[in-house]
Design a protein around this ligand. Sequence first.
Ligand code: ADP
Ligand code: MG
Length: 258
Amino acid sequence: MSETLDHIASAARTDAPPAILLDKVNKWYGALHVLRDVSLSVALGERVVVCGPSGSGKSTMIRCINRLETHQEGKIQVNGIELSDDLKALDDIRREVGMVFQSFNLFPHLTILENCTLAPIWVRRMPKKEAEELAMHYLTRVRIPEQAKKYPGQLSGGQQQRVAIARALCMKPKIMLFDEPTSALDPEMIKEVLDTMVSLAETGMTMICVTHEMGFARQVADRVVFMDRGEIVEVGAPNHLFENPQTERLKTFLSQIL
Ligand code: ADP
Ligand code: MG
């Protein structure tokens, strides 16, 4: 695991704290050890893609970063703030971190616009008009402003996922976490969501994306993290990692998905 420790060391040399730091994180579900000494440092503005077999702990790792799950050992920091039971610190972290899930999780009884303005109005205390302008700005950015008055059920899966991205952006996060955002979509809709994520990456957003879309990884990822059985097994630049897998585990995984 010297590779991952090197990454921590390299981030430590810069002045700003890393956007995200995981240091020897361990988590169990009962007797099941799902994260094993996971260490990763993500710099501000960096794009990291996480891949690995089903059940390898990718979602658990992502969910620990905004404390939808708690870890039992090790340290997680977001923008230099350590995740703990301190609710104020958690509040500060959640403000910085947007999350997009595989299942879009839109509120079905609210319009697209209302889905996007709910949290800015109620959590950020933003005036309604300002929240609506912000929502329209991001709905335009994900290229569906004309859907604002509709309900989620009236949109395609790809459109709903783009709304979910716009909704997360309305909270003005500094970091975006994506957990397999395209894996519930029909093939023809995957590209429109990936295009949205690529343009977000181009704005300099710090991103961690769990995805098996290797074309996306090659296009935007600074680094790819390969997880297997709760461990980070390999980390590297996409081309290097895909063309020179060092472990049998990664070779096997790549042969299954490519
Ligand atoms: P991945 O996202 O890589 O498919 P997960 O992080 O979802 O993997 O799951 C890692 C392991 O933890 C799996 O063995 C899974 O069955 C288990 N697991 C996930 N969530 C829970 C939970 N809430 N309770 C118990 N076990 C869980
Ligand atoms: Mg998962």
